[in-house]
Design a protein around this ligand. Structure first.
Ligand code: ADP
Ligand code: MP5
Length: 531
């Protein structure tokens, strides 16, 4: 999930990753402090950046609604932008409320100039260009218009100058000239069309969906690149969530150089800010989120070591070793000897029985109902779908397990999982369980390209590249990320260690071959010789 390419025409920025990135917000002012530049400056600071603001409009608003908008001459906005850019290295730019066509054009002209300047300085690889996040603000949470209706066409022209655009459902529909999506799948399709049409990475946001889920997804021209699940926080305090998220993304991308990682961190931070919003007492309508909740409670800025993207990068060596195994190559080509495949399946069936138990233990230890349900559903999927596939392949009666002894590798891996369960730490156990989702989904998806109706292992390839398994993996990543976000340093370290250790066992597990036994011995061990 790391290293997602920007879909925009600019080369993905390979930043020097400044310790404290300079982030410029080009947005309107909200005097009640929950949205606009006020929210942006707080979000940038909370996420570890140095915030700056060029004001596009003054609004008179509070948590209940907008009563007035004053737009200074567009030429003065240009003057602000030029003053900042002439002096300060810009690592990221977040663009928010642009009230009319003149203002949109002023920002577009400045961005073009910035690019031309970068190209003239020989930085056509984009190395010194700031990452640009465009939040196409049209309507406030209160329902009041913040941009003249004629600005939508001008905003579309701005899209190719951005790296990432973050519309809510209504803004996405307006940019596409479509009715507002009524479901998540429809929103993702509109986002894909927008990305393909304008060459920009799109963040589809689920804040306005009905129901308890609040997912966000990075979408490119070919579809979803990363979906981050989210459970809706039950609060009226959603004023400025879009502003806060987009400036957090700009800041975290400048810090990490990775949109996927930036999204995972930003969403976790925003969830904490929403959850803590009740601690503030600001107005009687839709109140602001608590931007500094994590900082004030000692959590500090979002931690790189808690990002699952960095965990995934941290096992790159193990993933490369798995890809290099003869077993995997032969499985893909369909040349893997049946005996080896059956041996692997028999060991995996034994593994799944105990893996299912530890999934149930994660459910038992889970901190809330939603997580409890997820792990219980996963235990069911493991015991029913996966184990049934293995039993069918091994021609075992329903409920029977292969009559073979677990190999040293199977025993070692299961001991590791059971130790994680016995630690009593839900985060550590969840982290230990994750590689069995993530590595299989990753391998399954890549091997699926080799699948064909006559492939001898077509059913195995189909299971691990299925949409259902993909979805289960995304959700598992989301739950482990949620646990990592709130883990104390020592527990986080234990989670990372457990995750890597399970990944190492996965490598060993794939490296098992059938013992060179006589057919009679194999038969007596319960594996039919003619399979
Ligand atoms: N009640 C909520 N609980 C959790 N996340 C939320 C909630 N409302 C909005 N979000 C998140 O806030 C961000 C802004 O989303 P959205 O409300 O769709 O955009 P906007 O503020 O631009 O209208 C998204 O990451 C969304 O998932
Ligand atoms: C100046 C200004 N800019 C943007 C918003 C939108 O806020 P939200 O993030 O809730 O969509 C706002 N209410 N005021």
């Amino acid at each position: 999930m790391s290293g997602l390419p920007g879909a925009g025409p600019q080369a993905p920025r390979v930043p020097n990753v400044p310790a404290v990135p300079n982030v410029l917000s080009i947005a309107g002012s909200d005097p009640s402090g929950g949205a606009g530049i006020q929210a942006d400056l707080k979000s940038i600071a909370a996420c570890g950046g140095y915030g700056m603001a060029a004001i596009t409009a003054l609004t008179a608003q509070n948590t209940r609604g907008v009563s007035g908008v004053h737009v200074p001459p567009a030429a003065f906005l240009t003057e602000q932008l030029e003053a900042v850019a002439a002096d300060v290295r810009l690592d990221a730019v977040k663009i928010g409320m642009l009230a009319n066509v003149e203002v949109v054009h002023a920002v577009g002209a400045w961005l073009e100039e910035l690019r031309a300047g970068g190209a003239a300085a020989g930085t056509d690889d984009g190395a010194r260009l700031p990452a640009v996040v465009l939040d196409p603000v049209l309507v406030a949470t209160s329902g009041d218009r913040l941009s003249e209706s004629g600005s939508v066409a001008a905003l579309r022209q701005l899209l190719p100058l951005a790296d990432l655009v973050t519309p809510n459902l209504a803004e996405l529909a307006a940019l596409r000239g479509r009715p507002v999506a009524t479901g998540w799948a429809e929103a993702l399709e509109q986002a894909r069309e927008l990305s393909a049409g304008y060459g920009v990475l799109v963040l589809a946001k689920g804040g306005h969906l009905a129901g308890k889920d609040c997912p966000d997804a990075l979408v490119g021209p070919d579809g979803v690149l990363l979906e981050v699940p989210g459970v809706r926080v039950d609060t009226p305090n959603t004023h400025g969530t879009g502003c806060s998220l987009s400036s957090a993304l700009a800041t975290l991308f400048a810090r990490t150089g990775d949109w996927a990682r930036a999204l995972v961190l930003a969403k976790a931070w925003l969830r904490g800010a929403l959850e803590a919003s009740g601690q503030l007492e600001v107005g009687g309508g839709h109140g602001p989120v608590h931007h500094f909740a994590a900082l004030w409670s000692g959590g500090g800025v979002p931690r790189e070591e808690a990002s699952l993207g960095s965990w995934w990068d941290g096992i790159a060596d193990l993933r490369a070793s798995i890809d290099g195994l003869g077993f995997i190559r032969e499985l893909r080509d369909g040349t893997l000897a049946r005996a080896d495949f059956e041996h692997y399946l028999a060991q995996d069936a034994l593994y799944l029985q105990t893996y299912g138990r530890t999934l149930s233990q994660a459910s038992a230890l889970a901190p809330d109902l939603a997580a409890q349900r997820f792990w219980a559903e996963s235990a069911h999927g493991c015991m029913v779908s996966e184990l049934t596939l293995h039993q069918g392949r091994l021609e075992l009666a329903d409920g029977a397990l292969p009559a073979v002894a677990p190999s040293a590798t199977t025993t070692g891996y299961l001991n590791h999982l059971q130790a994680a369960a016995a630690s009593g730490s839900y985060p550590v156990l969840a982290a230990a369980l994750l590689p069995c989702f993530w590595l299989y989904q990753d391998i399954g998806t890549r091997l699926a390209a080799a699948n064909r109706p006559d492939h001898p292992y077509a059913d195995w390839l189909a299971m691990y590249s299925s949409l259902e398994f993909d979805e289960a993996t995304r959700r598992a990543i989301g739950w482990v990320q949620a646990a990592a976000d709130t883990a104390r340093p020592a527990e986080l370290e234990a989670m990372r260690t457990a995750f890597r250790e399970s990944s190492r066992w996965e490598l060993e597990f794939f490296d098992q071959r059938a013992p060179q036994a006589s057919p009679r011995a194999r038969e007596s061990a319960g594996v039919a010789a003619d399979l």
